[in-house]
Design a binder for this molecule. Structure first.
Ligand code: IFM
Length: 471
């Protein structure tokens, strides 16, 4: 396989190993990031990298169906091949290790590991066993997410996350995985970004399964959180040594003016993006302001559900990307007011590291039982090109540096943050945006599957090497 991974470890490009780029972006001496026990890794997700969608008994997922539907994904892209990681995983692990990354956050494809009757699929399970065992052998700390959006299509055919039964099927799946993989996973995350599954999947239809009704979104969210709550004790029983948690994407909303209406709009934005998920998990109740925003959308909650959902967590995974500037919509909601002249990424998202610090320090005040935090995703997309074998993604280096500095500030302000996973290890299938948006620190040429280490990966590798040397 064509792969540039071997060039990384001892032959960093001159620009990074000797020159100004590295010096410019080295964290200051008093940064908490120099601490050896602050875990630095990279993240990916099954549907975004694996490909091999019809192999070894994998069943269709909602993303296979959605991406095959004309008009749903840019350029008609699908995850059918993606980064072909299912076949190239050994080289990809070597690449990760050669970068010195200490942690790897991956996800397991539910449709690969069990059939519609709940019967385990050995071939699918063996893939994850081989992968996780290899990572263990290499000394990489593993975070495994059980659900990063690839719901088996047969469950969607019975109502998906609108059907309470799906939460119980998820607990069965968590049971199987934690029995099979106990000892190879350092930390289990039940769900990745339930906000996206519920709101983008069932509220506005931008993601699979493509339904659009606010009432669906709140009910889907409730069943997702219930699935999480049912799975946590199962994971604890089967794999007591590992950590158990969940991953939430969070959004910073700032008011467009000092007016009370705009302040309220920013508050409602954060209720909808953050409290909708964090309040049930950490307070055992839904924020009532959510139903001011979306009147009449209260989900059906059965006795005991909120206790199940709010069972204690070992960690909370936080994914952060950008802020949204908002104003009142004149009714009971908010509207985006994009700021002019600010730095943006290929996604059009504003680069706003302070938002990460401010949200984290705010959560510490709001939630007295806030568990230890891992930043489980942070990164940016850029239109990266390979020139003479290199990818000069200096904006990404600067982005990572500034967000890591924000993490350092939050730690110094008293937030217990244990690690940071950059999104993503390599360019991959960016959901509704297909392959056009590149989030990786490693470039993927999708026509040849050649991996090319970007400057940002070199920077991370150099920092990790230096940190190791200083320890
Ligand atoms: O690619 C996604 C990932 O799957 C979930 N979090 C956000 C990333 C960038 O959009």
């Amino acid at each position: 396989m064509a792969n540039d991974a071997s060039v990384v470890s001892d032959t960093l490009s001159p620009a990074v190993s000797k020159g100004s780029l590295a010096d410019l972006f080295t964290p200051p001496a008093d940064s908490t990031l120099w601490r050896k026990n602050f875990l630095l890794g990279a993240a990916t997700a099954s549907y975004q990298i694996e490909g091999a969608v019809n192999e070894d008994g994998r069943l269709p997922s909602i993303w296979d169906t959605f991406s095959a539907t004309p008009g749903k994904v840019l350029a008609g892209d699908t995850g059918a091949v993606a980064c072909d990681h299912y076949h190239r995983w050994e080289a990809d692990v070597e690449m990760l290790v050669s970068l010195g990354l200490e942690g790897y956050r991956l996800s397991i494809a539910w449709p690969r590991v069990m059939d519609a009757a709940g019967v385990p699929n050995r071939k699918g399970l063996d893939f994850y066993k081989r992968l996780l065992n290899r990572l263990k052998e290499k000394g990489v700390t593993t975070f495994a997410t059980l659900y990063h959006w690839d719901l088996p299509q047969h469950l969607e055919d019975r109502g998906g996350w609108l059907n309470r039964e799906t939460a119980y099927r998820f607990a069965d799946y968590a049971d199987l995985m934690s029995r099979e993989l106990a000892g190879t996973v350092d930390a289990w995350a039940t769900l990745n970004e339930p906000w996206c599954s519920a709101y983008l999947g069932y509220g506005n239809g931008h993601h699979a399964p493509g339904l659009a009704d606010d009432r669906f979104a709140t009910q889907a969210m409730h069943h997702l959180l219930l699935a999480h709550g049912l799975a946590v004790p199962v994971l604890r029983a089967n794999d007591p040594a590992s950590q158990k948690g969940i991953v939430a994407n969070i959004g910073r909303g700032t008011p467009n003016s000092d007016s009370a209406a705009d302040q309220r709009a920013a508050h409602l934005f954060e209720v909808q993006h953050n409290a909708w998920i964090l309040d049930p998990l950490l307070k055992g109740s839904y924020p009532q302001d959510l139903f001011e925003l979306w009147p009449g959308t209260e989900p059906l909650v059965l006795d005991g559900d909120m206790q199940t959902i709010s069972a204690p967590l070992d960690f909370l995974g936080i994914n952060y990307y950008f802020r949204t500037n908002v104003a009142s919509d004149g009714a009971h909601g908010f509207r985006d007011v994009p700021l002019e002249g600010v730095e943006r990424t290929q996604m059009g998202w504003e680069v706003y590291p302070d938002g990460l610090r401010d949200l984290l320090t705010g959560f510490k005040k709001t939630y007295h039982n806030l568990p230890p935090i891992y930043i489980t995703e942070n990164g940016m997309a850029s239109d990266d090109q390979v020139t003479d074998g290199h990818v000069e993604d200096t904006q990404r280096i600067s982005f990572l540096k500034r967000h890591l500095a924000a993490v350092d500030q939050a730690i110094k302000a008293g937030v217990d943050i244990r690690g940071y996973f950059l999104w993503s290890l390599m360019d991959n299938f960016e959901w509704a945006f297909g392959y056009e948006r590149r989030f990786g620190v490693v470039h993927v040429d999708y026509s040849t599957q050649k991996r090319t280490i970007k400057r940002s990966a070199e920077w991370v590798a150099k920092f990790l090497k230096e940190r190791k040397a200083r320890a």
